[in-house]
Design a protein around this ligand. Structure first.
Ligand code: SF4
Ligand code: SF4
Length: 148
């Protein structure tokens, strides 16, 4: 078993971590970041917005230095697909990176990194206990780690 798929039982979060989304929307904007989108995700998002994949790429994405595509941000750093007061406008087709947040490897790397993320996400530390069964599939493909 490699490092990235160590079981939760072997890690600092072996007893599970608590999380329940409050739908505050903070993870969709407010500061600069990237939201990676794969070709398959672009096809789904384009279909949803009744655009061609190329139109979606041109209007809603930007290319990062490494070559990946990210969703664009508005001037206030909100995701281009975020609607204030409403939330994600493409929720059922949101990219994997959005589906797995806050359970990214970078956030669960250490107790300190998880606690640091909790200063941005009020759902961390609240609600359900998330253990191995739910955490491991998310960590194995969090949609943002560079070795995905
Ligand atoms: S910041 Fe956390 S609590 Fe707020 S919408 Fe995002 S995941 Fe949910
Ligand atoms: S795609 Fe939706 S869930 Fe993801 S950052 Fe944009 S608005 Fe938020």
């Amino acid at each position: 078993m490699d490092e990235k798929t160590e079981t939760a039982a072997e890690s600092w979060y072996g007893a599970g971590v608590r999380f329940e989304c409050t739908r505050c929307g903070r993870c969709c904007g407010g500061s600069s970041g990237t939201v990676l989108v794969s070709d398959a995700e672009i096809v789904a998002l384009a279909r949803r917005l009744e655009l061609s994949p190329d139109e979606f790429r041109a209007g809603y994405t930007r290319r990062l230095r490494g070559g990946d595509l990210s969703l664009r941000e508005r001037r206030n750093y909100d995701c281009v697909l975020y609607e204030p007061g409403v939330g994600c406008s493409v929720y059922e087709d949101r990219p994997r990176q959005c589906r797995t947040y806050p359970f990214w490897r970078v956030n669960l790397h250490s107790k300190e990194s998880w606690e640091e993320e909790a200063t941005h996400c009020p759902g961390i530390g609240e609600g359900d206990l998330w253990g191995d069964e739910r955490l491991l599939p998310l960590l194995a493909d969090d949609g943002i780690s560079t070795d995905r």
